[in-house]
Design a protein around this ligand. Structure first.
Ligand SMILES: Cc1cc2nc3c(=O)[nH]c(=O)nc-3n(C[C@H](O)[C@H](O)[C@H](O)COP(=O)(O)OP(=O)(O)OC[C@H]3O[C@@H](n4cnc5c(N)ncnc54)[C@H](O)[C@@H]3O)c2cc1C
Length: 305
């Protein structure tokens, strides 16, 4: 059986992706988790989600970009996405990864790149969420986010945090002082025990603790998880504290627990679905398999359909 860390290791081996691409396996392998390769395909997926009571966030797949020219292409892609959202009238914001915009090349370049996207989103009344990546860039991500928040409003740009990191509760208390809109997730990267809880219980307990701080803060935050225990804890806390269903949103990934997405939307909760699209699907796709190796069988079965 492939372990989680082996799958995360494979997520960094682009050669396997080339193999899959060569044999035209893209569609069959990935349709469960990835909306397609183009903006138009993502728009179609989002229309469908909107019709089922869910709002959405675009994610153009392309992380750890290695050249300045590529970061410029990412800026143009996201400006195009924001224009498509307006033109089509779909209900969606956008999520970005700072390594897409050069964080591993130059944080200042990243700031200036992302600034253009946030400025355009602000002008359109839309919102940009900064995803959180590996712990090697946590501080740099927060630093760029704080620069953006100094210039743009609370409802223009937000950030994500990960409950598996020991530092997250302190980061959240610090970010709430600005204040900031925060997405809470468990964390998807392979982190050492020096920086992250090595066991599920530690990650989950911290998730519940951070969720309570976020909801009690009075801001509008995103509770991103497919874990029924985290969802139940959130609903129970909100009910106990008299926090309304409109005061926060649940968030899930495209293709994962669609039944639960629709159920929560039917129950009157706000549900946002993260919709990844693009040609560079491989690391994202492999992280989803790592979270639930049983998905490998789902994916393989699709090959024969
Ligand atoms: C909207 C959104 C945004 C995210 N943004 C980030 C980010 O910025 N940075 C980051 O590091 N991570 C991000 N993640 C990923 C997150 O950190 C987790 O890796 C992922 O959500 C799995 O954790 P979980 O909370 O669902 O709980 P888990 O404990 O992993 O899973 C709980 C249950 O959920 C279901 N489930 C979970 N994963 C899958 C799957 N792949 N396939 C099928 N069922 C599954 C299963 O029933 C499982 O038992 C995001 C997740 C979401 C939903």
């Amino acid at each position: 059986m492939l372990t989680r860390s082996a799958l995360i290791y494979l997520s960094r081996q682009e050669g396997l992706k080339e193999f899959a691409a060569k044999f035209g396996l893209f569609k069959k392998l990935t349709t469960r988790f990835i909306a397609g390769e183009t903006i138009d395909e993502a728009v179609a997926a989002i229309r469908d989600l909107n019709a089922r009571g869910c709002t959405s966030t675009f994610d153009h797949l392309n992380e750890s970009v290695g050249s300045i020219a590529e970061t410029e292409a990412e800026v143009r892609e996201y400006l195009d996405v924001l224009a498509h959202i307006d033109e089509t009238g779909i209900d969606s914001n956008v999520s970005i990864k700072l390594t897409q915009f050069g964080l591993e090349i130059d944080p200042d370049l990243t700031y200036h790149n992302v600034r253009r996207i946030v400025e355009d989103a602000t002008r359109r009344g839309n919102f940009v969420r900064v995803d959180m990546e590996g712990s090697n860039v946590t501080q740099a991500t927060i630093d760029v986010f704080k620069r953006l928040r100094a210039e743009f409003g609370l409802n223009d740009v937000g950030i994500a945090v990960q409950s598996y990191l020991y530092r997250t509760m302190d980061d959240v208390r610090d970010l709430l002082k600005i204040p900031a809109r925060i997405r809470l997730c468990k964390g998807a990267y392979n982190e050492p025990p020096e920086v992250a809880y090595p066991d599920k219980k530690g990650v989950d307990d911290n998730y519940v603790g951070v969720m309570q701080v976020l909801l009690a803060s009075g801001g509008y935050h995103g509770i991103a998880t497919h874990d029924p225990k985290m969802i139940d804890a959130t609903i129970a806390f909100a009910q106990r504290e008299g926090i309304g269903k409109e005061a926060f949103e649940f968030q899930m990934l495209y293709g994962i627990r669609r039944d639960l997405q629709e159920q929560l939307a039917r129950d009157g909760y706000r549900m946002r679905v993260y919709v990844p699209y693009g040609k560079h699907w491989y690391p994202y796709f492999m992280r989803r398999l790592a979270e639930r190796p049983a998905n490998i069988w789902f994916v393989l079965k699709n090959l024969w359909k």
